[in-house]
Write a protein that binds this ligand. Structure first.
Ligand code: ATP
Ligand code: MG
Length: 436
């Protein structure tokens, strides 16, 4: 039988890569925390209806991309994004009855049945934030600045911020009419999906990935010309706050986002470094969503950041988040008695907070030294009959070749820690090596 392979569009995150993920996740948590966002963890699957009602019946996500699974008599959908489940959880657990604004963040996997390609997967990961309770444009600017700080901290270059306002139900009425009139002229050329959108949700046509629809949409009316006074003031205020934070942006009236729940502000951070799938982060305001899901009318907003795309951009720009993993000391026992002794010594060191390993393969001296090299051992200690008899052994600094003789008694862990610490100071006295 052929070996079983992972499903198309999924990825294995191997030990050689997981360290970058951990570093990134640590950074995300730290920055989110600074902005007052606290972590929420929600189920991987939800009732299908939750996504239909929030993401929207006429979106690509609901129409084409959802993984809906049935087990026994129930049907559920693997979350295609994080906002719906997060808002559902906030409502169900009464978070909106507590002090507002509520600020939450999450790091989770999402599932969408799309055509897999670089930066487009069927299972991918998002870092997202949601803030509920504030209608002020300062909240929009704050959330955008959070995303910006992440991008700056990881060191990505050349990302552009695009902002737009897609208005509220009031201004959208006139805009929908204008779009319907515009697209009616080219009705015959629209794809089937867009044809059905023409009646129900013509704005979705602007988000269609088909080149023909894209070409037709090129000269479509732009929403910014149809904003009501409230939405237009809000958009101006957003720009004022962004300027206050020295955040560069470009107004891009083409951005409508792929999810139906957005109102007023929408934004994207886009890079050209990873090809067509350049949107690393997308988000906006969704003032109607909480009411739509049965909660009290509450203005809210958030964003989702695609972590695979972020890491891909980092890789393409030659930015490494993490140093290579290292082991503080590798014990090289020669013989049975020595193996027992190093086995205990390694355990003792680990309990003291030192990373230590010893041979578990019964290998030769040469093979063990090769392995020590592979795992980036900072120090090695060869233990044979002579060392056991003498009660001392040498720890060897693998980088400098320097050897230090240490007694093999109760003081070993402490003495070795001193040697290790000393080795981590660079010549200039800085502590740089510790990062490894
Ligand atoms: P796109 O236009 O690229 O399809 P989207 O509008 O569907 O993106 P959102 O639903 O806003 O994306 O999700 C937020 C972020 O999640 C995106 O900006 C992107 O970084 C990431 N993302 C979305 N879909 C995928 C996917 N299939 N694979 C990897 N990352 C994705
Ligand atoms: Mg999409």
């Amino acid at each position: 039988m052929a070996n079983i392979k992972r499903p198309n569009g999924t990825e294995d995150i191997l030990p050689s890569a997981s360290r970058d993920w951990q570093m990134l996740e640590g950074l995300l948590r730290e920055i989110a925390g600074k902005f007052g966002f606290r972590e929420i963890r929600v189920p991987t699957f939800e009732q299908t209806d939750l996504f239909c009602r929030s993401v929207g019946e006429t979106t690509d996500v609901v129409q084409k991309e959802m993984y809906t699974v049935s087990a026994k008599e129930s049907t559920f959908t693997l979350r295609p994004e994080g906002t719906a489940g997060t808002i559902r959880a906030m409502l169900q657990n009464g978070l909106l009855n507590e002090a507002l604004p509520q600020r939450v963040y999450y790091i989770l996997s999402c599932f969408r049945h799309e055509r897999p390609q670089a930066g487009r997967l069927r299972e991918f990961h998002q870092f997202g934030v949601e803030m509920a309770g504030s209608a002020s444009a300062s909240a929009d600017a704050e959330v955008i600045s959070l995303a910006k700080q992440i991008i700056d901290m990881v060191g990505i270059q050349g990302i552009e911020l695009y902002i737009n306002s897609i208005g509220c139900p009031t201004c959208r009425k006139a805009y929908h009419k204008a779009l319907q009139d515009y697209f009616a002229a080219s009705k015959e050329q629209l794809c089937d999906t867009c044809l059905s959108r023409l009646e129900k949700n013509p704005m979705r046509i602007l988000d269609c990935k088909s080149p023909v629809c894209g070409e037709i949409a090129k000269d479509a009316p732009v929403i910014l010309d149809y904003l009501c006074e409230e939405c237009s003031t809000h958009f101006e205020q957003l720009q004022k706050y962004l300027t206050l934070l020295h955040i560069d942006y470009k107004i891009n009236p083409k951005i409508v986002r792929g999810l139906d729940y957005y109102t007023k502000t929408v934004f994207e951070f886009v890079t050209t470094d990873i090809g067509a799938q350049g949107t690393v982060c997308g988000g906006g305001r969704y003032d109607g969503l909480i009411g739509q899901l049965g909660g009290p009318e509450t203005p809210a907003l958030g964003f989702g950041m695609g972590l695979e795309r972020l890491l891909l951009t980092l890789r393409n720009q030659g930015i490494k988040l993490s140093e290579e993993e290292a082991c503080d000391i590798y014990f090289v026992p020669m013989g049975e008695q020595a193996a027992e002794k190093t086995f205990a010594m390694a355990a003792k060191l680990r309990s003291e907070g030192v990373s230590a390993q010893t041979d578990v393969m019964g290998r030769s001296l040469r093979a063990q030294m090769k392995y020590a090299d592979k795992i980036n051992a900072r120090f090695t200690l060869v233990l044979g009959d002579n060392e056991i008899a003498a009660g001392t052994a040498e720890v060897k600094n693998m980088k400098t070749g320097e050897k230090t003789s240490l007694a093999l008694d109760d003081t070993f862990a402490e003495r070795f820690s001193d040697v290790l610490m000393a080795s981590m100071f660079d010549e200039d006295g800085s502590f740089a090596n510790l990062l490894g």
